[in-house]
Design a protein around this ligand. Structure first.
Ligand code: ADP
Length: 465
């Protein structure tokens, strides 16, 4: 009825919720005994009453420690998937890097949503970005971050019904966390996730091979043997890249050879990241510049504040800092247009990689931003902001989930083309930015806009989906 529809429209949409998390422990390979510890966390949800009755304290927070790409996020999702509870996630670097001044309110909103939709898992990625010991960073950036951290501490303490909302955070630097965070009742349980060994790597490769057309005689051990030191994310990439080789050659099965070739590419990427040669600096510059060049065309994202290709703690590439319209963000009032613009910016690195290096030379440098784009596209569709109004009820069928994916893909395609068009029109600006970035490593707001003035062809493009 009309009234019901209105109510649904008035209700603010959960921003951080990922619905229908269907990740299970079987999707995470090579865990060994760690799996038992995680199964216990699932029991906090499924047998919470039993724990409480026997006076066993349920931890407020669990810290997953380990290098990037070992599957910490995946594990947190698997806990939610196995327990059948809602999954809320946010990256702590988002608190402090992109949306200056709204960190604390985002933390509050996140926990409020998690509580309203309990039982739930709240996942905070890169906790160290906000959880670094207070007072270590001087200046206003530090104060902003301290306010965010204080708010997080308040939220961690603020639960009566422990076990209804459990926070899982990931970090590669448990050693630098503020001591207040790891006090009893807060993140009082640490689980270390190491890089996988040989057998772990075989298992991870096989998990990712499940959904791909593999040749029956693929030699996983051969691939695992030459990928010493690699983590799950890199192994997953190898399978993806191998699939591209198969497609390129018009074959229908992925062979050991495809995998070995892909592993070599991944290995080169790994070496480059440790010690960047001139080509790699340039590649990162293309990646970062592309986001800025596209963003500057969009009303909500055009306030580029800073651009860098220097690697920072916990992040492999550089970053572009954009200042968003704070009020809109606080109120959860991002328009369809801002979301589409955001998706377009996040797809820019992929489009730039294709334009600058060609389809055959694609790297995986844009994997993370493409991921952001995918999740934003789903948010858009689920929020009822696309032509199809899925946001208005919660009744899920197989068909509907497929429809949502199709619609999200359609939006991604359109945004990708927009990104490509804008980059194509701004080759001169891109070249200037890349040269300057490679030389200076960072550009200030003023330097960036000077180059835009000189070389840019900025023409706001209205979205049409
Ligand atoms: P982290 O959070 O530790 O940085 P992620 O969970 O984001 O790592 O891992 C990124 C991707 O890499 C996952 O989505 C998955 O595809 C793959 N991956 C990483 N570790 C594993 C693993 N142990 N088993 C299977 N896949 C993995």
């Amino acid at each position: 009825s009309g009234a019901r529809v209105r109510r649904a429209q008035n209700k603010r949409l959960p921003q951080y919720l990922e619905r229908g998390v269907d990740v299970k422990f079987t999707d995470v390979a090579g865990l060994g005994k760690i799996r038992l510890e995680l199964e216990e966390i699932v029991k906090f949800f499924t047998h919470g009453e039993m724990y409480r009755r026997r006076g066993v304290k349920i931890p407020g927070g669990i810290l997953l420690c380990g290098p990037p790409g070992v599957g910490k996020t995946l594990l947190a999702k698997a806990v939610a998937g196995e327990a059948g509870v809602n999954f809320f996630s946010i990256s702590a670097s988002q608190f402090v890097e992109i949306y200056v001044g709204v960190g604390a309110s985002r933390v509050r909103a996140l926990y409020q949503e998690a509580r309203e939709n309990a039982p739930s898992v709240v996942f905070i990625d890169e906790l160290d970005a906000v959880g670094r010991e207070r007072g270590l960073i001087k200046g206003s950036g530090g104060q902003e971050r301290d306010a965010t951290l204080n708010q997080l501490l308040v939220c961690l303490d603020g639960f009566e019904g422990r076990g209804e909302v459990i926070t899982i955070a990931s970090t590669n630097r448990p050693d630098i966390l503020d001591p207040a965070l790891v006090r009893p009742g807060r993140f009082d349980r640490k689980i270390y996730i190491p890089k996988p060994g040989l057998i772990g790597r075989v298992e991870i490769l096989k998990v990712h091979a499940r959904k791909k057309p593999m040749a029956p005689d693929v030699d996983y051990t051969a691939v695992a043997s030459m990928t010493d030191g690699m983590v799950g994310a890199e192994l997953a990439n190898i399978i993806e890249v191998a699939a591209i080789y198969m497609m390129r050659d018009g074959r229908t099965e992925i062979t050991t050879d495809d995998l070995l070739q892909a592993a070599q590419i991944e290995e080169r990427g790994m070496l480059d990241r440790k010690e960047r040669g001139p080509e790699t600096w340039k590649q990162v510059a293309v990646n970062e510049a592309s986001m800025a060049v596209v963003a500057v065309n969009f009303p909500d994202l055009k306030n580029i504040e800073f651009l860098t290709i220097s690697p920072r703690a916990g992040r492999e590439l550089g970053y572009v800092r954009m200042k968003m319209d704070h009020m809109k963000f606080k109120e959860g009032m991002l328009s369809r247009q801002s979301l589409l613009d955001h998706i377009t910016v996040q797809l820019a690195p992929r489009a730039a990689d294709e334009l600058w290096y060609g389809k055959d030379q694609l790297s995986t440098i844009w994997a993370e931003t493409a991921d952001n784009a995918r999740s934003a596209a789903r948010t858009l569709v689920l929020g009822g902001l696309s032509e199809k109004h899925y946001g208005l009820n919660n009744f899920w069928t197989e068909d509907k989930i497929n429809d949502i994916d199709t619609e999200a893909l359609r939006i991604l395609d359109i945004c990708y083309e927009r990104a490509k068009t804008i980059l194509g029109q701004n080759r001169e600006l891109m070249d200037a930015l890349v040269d300057n970035l490679v030389e200076k490593k960072s550009l200030t707001k003023q330097e960036f806009f000077n180059l835009v003035e000189l070389h840019g062809s900025v023409q706001p493009m209205p979205p049409s989906i």
